[in-house]
Structures are given as C-alpha cells and as structure tokens.
Design a protein around this ligand. Structure first.
Ligand code: NDP
Length: 329
C-alpha cells in the first residue's frame, strides 16, 4: 500500500513554473534501489535557482528540488546499504533530474549515497552540504597544486556565503593566512571568527581586470567567476593556483593569457556533482577530521520546509550568511 509524504514540488507551466509544499503520494518516487527517510536537507545556491525558477535547473517536471540530503535508510535492494544506515547524498543530478531533498522521503541509487562519516550528525552533514563539500574539494585542489600554509596570503571570495564560509574555516584550520573578500562588510567580525586574518571589500576585485595585477595571492578559492575571478588570476603570485567553483557574479571570464604564460599560474576547475566515489569519501572523511564543528554551528541557521521559498529568494540575491539546514524530520 502506498502512503504519502510532504514535499516541495516544482512544476513547469506555459509561463514558467509553480512551486508548492504539498502532500504527495509515494508513487511519485523515481527509480532507485535504496529508500531513505530524510531528516535534513539544505538550501544551496543551485536550490535557490531551482525553487525561484531563475535558472533552468529542473530537468524534469514535476520535480522535488533539493540537491542534497541526509537521512536513514528504510529499505535497500542493494548489499551496500541496510535499513537503519545513516547516509548523506550530494550531487548526481538529484534535485535536478531526479527527485531531491526537499521532502520527507527519497528513493535513489546506492552509488549516489555515502555513509555518514563516523562522529558526524546528519544535521552537521547538511550544515556542510554540497557547499561545504565543494569547499573541501577546493582546499584539496589547492594543496594538491602545492599551495602550502606559509606560502603567503590565500584569498577566499564570496567569503560570507556557504562555500566561502566553509573554505575559510578549513583553510584557517590548516594554518593558511586567509584573506576574506566580501560584499557584506558588516560581517567582518563573523569572518574573523571563522579564521580570516584580513577582510577586504568585494569592490577591490571588481575593477576592470588588467592583464597582470600586483602579485599578491599564494592561492585562492573563487565562488564568483566573471570579473572577480579575472582579477584574482591577474593577482596570483608566480606558480600560484586558484580553485574556481562558482558563478555567483557571472559565467563569463574576461581574463587574458598573461598570468598563465608570464607567471605560470594555475586555474583549477572544481566540480562536485559527479565527483568520483574515492575522492568523495576522502573529502567527507577530511571534513569530519578537520572542520571545526563549533565554527560550523556558528555559520549555520536552521529553517523548516515551509521557509525554503523565502530562503531560495534570499540566496539568489547573495543575502544568506553561511549555511542553512532544513529540518525535515
Ligand atoms: P551563497 O549564495 O551562499 O554564496 C555566494 C556568495 O558570493 C554570496 O554570499 C556573496 O558573498 C558572493 N556574491 C554574491 N553575488 C556576488 C557578485 N555579484 N559578485 C561577487 N560576489 C558575489 O552560494 P554558495 O556558497 O552555496 O555557492 C557559491 C557558488 O558556488 C555558486 O555560484 C554555486 O553555484 C557554486 N557552486 C558550485 C559547485 C560546483 O560543484 N562547482 C557546488 C556548490 C556551489 P559576499 O557577500 O561575502 O561577497
């Protein structure tokens, strides 16, 4: 017998989309070999775009948005998981082409799930969420490029946002001297509490990029793209690297080859959705080991499913500080 559960559902219409919180029948669940009772989800930038309809994130209609969730397995037709297992999911097109985390239940492929890391609570996993997971991938990428604590200033753009806040806390935890760039200068104390050695205004990275700027950064994590990323590239020290993961400012990149051919700088793309399993596990284990959970709590606000609509609007306007956890259970 099929039951019902609460979910946010987005449906395409002739003029755009409708999106509402409603009771849905379990028959809405899509193909998958593991059933999960969701306890927590989060609102990421991409979720904001999906729920507001500001960008075509939804690739099916109807769609339950929410690109990540944590919860407990209730049924499994795959040997990798059994009922009672605590799991976390980010990416794999969930919340885009497959029903996602803004719901009490999900049915997904076992390959998409990761066991909840030892010692991490499900709400902490979602305080990290796709944004924090991506921040970890960025920090790993910089370390792999040889950017080491002690090399000099490392920059984080969009520092008060989700990726930025976690990247800042992780880098400071490793002993890097982190400069936080933000449009919210009122958040200076918050950014220093996460470990920023210095806070600069976003405007400093918004001028028309020169082919080569003053070489300042030993490394950088960029969530903005566009003019900001172009300025970061032109200000990298010789041999330095920037991990680029976002487009909060824009998709374009008005840069030149000068920093690449004259300073040997490196532009490293970071992609979280289809991150291979071994790297995914490494990122979650490193987050469990390195991320200061007191700082994580300080950057996190809890909301309910009904609050997702307002939060989605706010995140697309760059108004959210840190991370939002959606309490579902
Ligand atoms: P948030 O909205 O939480 O943070 C983005 C931050 O960027 C804002 O808080 C703001 O920080 C800054 N910002 C906003 N607008 C602008 C602008 N016009 N110019 C410069 N900075 C701006 O989003 P997330 O941290 O969750 O995501 C950040 C980006 O990373 C998004 O573009 C998202 O799509 C991308 N992303 C990519 C992933 C991947 O797999 N590659 C995975 C996850 C996220 P402040 O006010 O402090 O400047």
């Amino acid at each position: 017998m099929s039951g019902t559960f609460r979910a946010i559902v987005a449906e395409k219409t002739d003029g755009g989309q409708t999106v509402e919180l409603r009771e849905v029948d379990e028959s809405i669940l899509m193909e998958g070999d593991v059933d999960v009772d969701i306890s927590h989800s989060t609102v990421n930038y991409k979720d904001g775009l999906a729920v507001t309809g500001k960008a075509p994130i939804a690739r099916i209609s109807p769609l339950i948005p929410g690109i990540d969730f944590a919860g407990t397995v209730t049924a499994s037709r795959n040997g990798a998981f059994k009922p009672g297992d605590a799991v976390v999911l980010t990416g794999w097109g969930v919340g885009e082409a497959h029903h996602g985390g803004f719901a009490q239940k999900a049915r997904v492929k076992a390959d998409w799930l990761a066991p909840l890391p030892e010692g991490m609570a499900p709400d902490q996993a979602m305080a990290i969420g796709t944004a924090g997971f991506t921040a970890m991938l960025c920090v790993m990428a910089l370390a792999e490029q040889g950017v080491a604590p002690g090399d000099g200033e490392v920059l984080v753009t969009g520092a008060s946002g989700g990726v930025g806040s976690v990247a800042l806390a992780l880098l400071a935890g490793r002993g890097y001297a982190v400069t936080a760039a933000t449009g919210k200068t009122g958040e200076t104390d918050y950014l220093k509490s996460l470990g920023a050695a210095e806070v600069i205004g976003r405007a400093e990275l918004s001028a028309r990029p020169r082919p080569l700027g003053k070489a300042r950064w030993a490394g950088a994590v960029d969530v903005a793209g566009s003019v900001t990323l172009a300025n970061v590239i032109s200000q990298l020290k010789p041999g330095a690297a920037v991990a680029a993961c976002g487009l909060a400012q824009g998709m374009d990149l008005p840069s030149s080859v000068a920093p690449f051919i004259l300073r040997g700088v490196k532009l490293i793309g970071v992609e979280s959705v289809y991150c291979p399993r071994a790297r995914r596990m490494k990122a979650w284990q490193t987050l469990a080991k390195e991320l200061d959970m007191t700082k994580l709590a300080a950057m996190t606000r809890h909301i309910r499913l009904e609050d997702v609509f307002g939060a989605a609007e706010d995140i697309t306007r760059g108004k959210i500080r840190g991370r939002l956890v959606v309490d579902i259970a």
